[in-house]
Every structure is written in structure tokens, then in C-alpha cells.
Design a protein around this ligand. Structure first.
Ligand code: NDP
Length: 435
């Protein structure tokens, strides 16, 4: 608190991590003697800068942007950019911290970082978003590079924004290099990157069910959000024979008791990815569904829950409601969507609870595969990338089980993910000496 006053989200992420990793550190003298946790909770470097741009009425606007380069012990920095009015340094530090261990879990050589701006893309024209992205990249280009730091998308940053950012980098640097991931397929993007976080989260959940001799087939699922992660979570749930009955955005959630099938999801994709509309419109197109304003879907009965919107969207009360309604699995597509007390409740109940570090690592994993393809100047087919994604998610699952040290009870995936992610980064830092 004295070192990082008021950084609530960052404290929360560190607390959740330290609770499970500290006993492991205490058991291993080499980590204990090296002050490793103190070193790991301090980012390597943070860049803060002003982004000025002109809106459509000719007025000059100013936003603040950051890049938090958290830890590059096991590879070049890697992590998304978030555009949202609520972005603060604390939010980006929590995300960069988490990213370090998530990237380690993927088994690929990637360090951890996160960045973004307190820019609200909602209601802005394409030209305004373009001017903002170009202005942001004018500064950001000094700090990134394919061997230094490779940003990607996150909330408010998808294909459109990545394209504007990449175009500006290319123009300024006069180099064509894989300095961002999530690029369009015609200019260095990877197959399955758009789908990767949602697909990966469902693959992870399927692995957890399989581990206890069950599967997602026939399960009723609730999903929050209606952005990139939520949409492709529903798509993969449909592929595996599960039934997703909710989606949400910041104005409320929709409940479709018949399930959001492929045709309905195609309509949602157009609504969200092309028309940039609100989820409430779902009930105008599909009148048998209901819309609940200013509410989240956690009160809807389900076998599995996929929080896929934002941090702290599941309160302790929501967690208790989910448990009371008999939820068997929670797989976190969003980063840190559950408050710490809620996470404790899930662990205590012994349900299949996949923390975001493990469950949503599929996005960055395919970003890593995009970097490999760019470096080799080749592109793999869809099946090839999807197969690698499935293998990586099942490998992460097995690492979590290995380190969960459950002694026969339910697997504690939080402990497993934290320790498995920690070990690789810590060993590299120890090898480097005083860094
Ligand atoms: P998008 O911008 O595509 O979608 C975000 C969705 O969440 C929207 O439906 C949005 O609603 C809702 N949302 C965002 N903020 C809030 C809020 N404060 N309150 C209520 N609803 C909110 O983002 P993504 O789908 O990419 O990201 C979702 C989550 O997944 C984030 O936590 C992100 O960090 C995480 N993630 C994303 C990855 C990726 O590859 N994209 C990779 C790993 C994790 P509205 O439009 O109304 O704001």
C-alpha cells in the first residue's frame, strides 16, 4: 500500500497470487533467499504519455496512454492494449502482472506487458478512432518492436484499431514487421486469433470436465459480455453441444431459454462487430428472449459460467448465487472477473474453477503463434493453428493439475496456475542474478 497507494486492482491481483505462491516460495530456499516476490511485483518499466487528436468537429482532445512493460525474463514483452474510459495505471499494472504468468503458462517465449488509454471508442466515428490510433502509435512506436514488445488487442481494441495502429507504425518506421498481433489475415494475421480466447476458454473448461469423467455436451451455460471473448465462447460451446443462454453488455443481459444457436450468434456478430449496437436489440429480433437492464446474468441457473466482460463482475453475492444454483464450473474468459472473496468461495466449494491466467491464455498463445509465423514469413492453415491451440490449452490444464498439489481432493486450479506460471519466470530471474 505504501509503495503503490490507491492501486486497488493491482493489490487485488498481487494478493490473489501471493496467497497461493507464498507457501511454495517458503518451501524452496532458492526462491526465498532471492526476494523473488518483491522483485516480481515491480514492473521493469512504465511509459506514460499524452495522446492528442482532433475530433470530427475540429476540436483538439487529449487522453492519457500507458505501456506497462512488466517482466521480460522469458521473452519479449507481450500483452494487449485496452481502450476504455475506466483505464488507470492500477488496472494496467494488474493486467501486466497477470500477463507475465499467463504467458509463462503457454510454454511460449513471451514476457508480460499491458497498455492502453482512457479513450472511449463508444460513439466515435471510424475517422476519430483512426486519428486517435495514429496519434497513439506516433509515441508508442519508440517503445515496441518484434524483439522488444509486441502489443495486441483487449477491451475496445480489435481488428479495426490494430489495423490503424499497424498502418501508422509501418509508415513511421518504414519497416514491415510483426510488431502487433491480431492483424488482418491479408497483412500478417493468424488464422483463429480472433476466436482464440473464447475457444481456448471453452477447451480449458472441457479439459476440466474430462478430468472428472464428464464433458460440456448438454450443459447449460451462462456467458457475460458480448465482445470478442464472449462471442467466440458461445461459438465453441455450440460446437461442443453445450447450450449458451445469456450474453450481456454494460447496459444489461439477455436471456434466451432456447439457446443462442449459430444463426442467432451470426446476428450478434453483425450487431457487435459491424453495427456496434447494444445487446438489448437481441429481444427485438428474437422476441422470445428477455432483456434485464442494469443486471448481470449470474442469477440464471446453469451448469457452467463464463464471465467474459471485465474485472470484478462477479461479487461475493453473485458467487454465492451461482453456487446455490448448482454451478459446476466457472471458466474465466475475462481477466480477474471474480472478487477475491468470490474466488475463495469457489475454491472452498471445490467446483471446477479456472482462473483467468489459465482459462483465457488461448488468446495470447495464438498471438505467440502469429509472431512465430511472422518471423518465419509463413502462414499456417486454420486446422493447424486450432490444433496447436487445443494442445496448448490441454498442456496448461495438465501443468495446473501437476502444481495444484491437491492431495486427492478437487484440483485447486488457482494454486496450480499461479505456481506453474511462477516457476518458469522465477528460474529465469534467478539465473540472471541481480536483475
Ligand atoms: P470487447 O471490447 O470485445 O468486449 C467487452 C465486453 O465486455 C463488451 O460486451 C462490454 O460491454 C463488456 N464490458 C466491458 N467493460 C465493462 C464494464 N465495465 N461493465 C460491464 N460490461 C463491460 O473486449 P474483449 O472481449 O476482448 O475482452 C473481454 C475480457 O476478456 C477482458 O477482461 C479482457 O481483458 C479479457 N481478455 C481478452 C482477450 C482477447 O484476446 N481479446 C485475451 C485475454 C483476456 P460494452 O460494450 O457495453 O462496454
Amino acid at each position: 500500500e505504501r509503495r503503490n497507494p490507491g492501486e486497488v486492482e493491482f493489490h487485488q491481483a498481487v494478493q490473489e497470487f501471493v496467497e497461493t505462491v507464498m507457501p511454495f516460495v517458503m518451501d524452496h530456499q532458492k526462491y526465498r533467499d532471492a526476494q523473488i516476490l518483491e522483485r516480481m511485483t515491480e514492473p521493469d518499466r512504465i511509459v506514460i504519455f499524452r495522446v492528442t487528436w482532433q475530433d470530427d468537429s475540429g476540436q483538439i482532445r487529449a487522453n492519457r496512454a500507458w505501456r506497462v512493460q512488466f517482466n521480460n525474463s522469458i521473452g519479449p514483452y507481450k500483452g494487449g492494449l485496452r481502450f476504455h474510459p475506466d483505464v488507470t495505471l492500477s488496472v494496467l499494472k494488474f493486467l501486466g502482472f497477470e500477463q507475465t504468468f499467463k504467458n509463462s503458462l503457454t510454454g511460449l517465449p513471451m514476457g508480460g506487458a499491458k497498455g492502453g488509454a482512457n479513450f472511449n471508442p463508444k460513439g466515435k466515428s471510424d475517422s476519430e478512432v483512426m486519428r486517435f490510433c495514429q496519434s497513439m502509435m506516433t509515441e508508442l512506436q519508440r517503445h515496441i518492436g518484434e524483439d522488444t514488445d509486441v502489443p495486441a488487442g483487449d477491451i475496445g481494441v480489435s481488428g479495426r484499431e490494430i489495423s490503424y495502429l499497424f498502418g501508422q507504425y509501418k509508415r513511421l518506421a518504414n519497416r514491415y514487421a510483426g510488431i502487433l498481433t491480431g492483424k488482418g489475415l491479408s497483412f500478417g494475421g493468424s488464422q483463429v486469433r480472433t476466436e482464440a480466447t473464447g475457444y481456448g476458454c471453452v477447451y480449458f473448461c472441457e479439459n476440466m470436465f474430462r478430468h472428472v469423467g464428464d464433458s460440456l455436451a448438454g450443459k447449460r451455460c451462462i456467458v457475460s459480455g458480448s465482445g470478442n471473448v464472449a462471442i467466440y465462447t458461445v461459438e465453441k460451446l455450440n460446437h461442443l453441444g453445450a447450450k449458451a443462454v445469456t450474453l450481456s453488455d454494460s447496459s444489461g443481459f439477455i436471456y434466451d431459454p432456447d439457446g443462442i444457436d449459430a444463426d442467432k450468434l451470426a446476428w450478434v456478430k453483425d450487431l457487435k462487430e459491424v453495427r456496434r449496437g447494444r445487446i438489448a436489440e437481441y429481444t427485438e429480433r428474437f422476441p422470445h428472449a428477455s432483456f434485464y437492464p442494469d443486471a448481470n446474468p449470474w442469477g440464471v441457473e446453469a451448469d457452467a459460467a463464463f464471465p467474459s466482460a471485465t474485472q470484478n463482475e462477479i461479487s461475493l453475492e453473485d458467487a454465492q448465487t451461482l453456487l446455490k444454483n448448482g454451478v459446476r464450473a466457472v471458466a474465466e474468459g475475462a481477466n480477474m472477473p471474480t472478487v477475491i472473496e468470490g474466488a475463495h468461495a469457489f475454491m472452498k466449494a471445490g467446483i471446477l474453477y479456472a482462473p483467468s491466467k489459465a482459462a483465457n491464455a488461448g488468446g495470447v498463445a495464438v498471438s505467440g503463434l502469429e509472431q512465430s509465423q511472422n518471423a518465419l514469413r509463413i502462414s499456417w492453415g486454420r486446422e493447424e493453428v486450432d490444433k496447436r491451440l487445443q494442445d496448448i490449452m490441454s498442456d496448461i490444464h495438465d501443468k495446473c493439475v501437476h502444481y495444484a498439489n491437491d492431495g486427492g481432493g478437487p484440483v485447486n486450479y488457482v494454486r496450480g496456475a499461479n505456481i506453474a506460471g511462477f516457476v518458469k519466470v522465477a528460474d529465469a530471474m534467478l539465473a540472471y542474478g541481480a536483475v
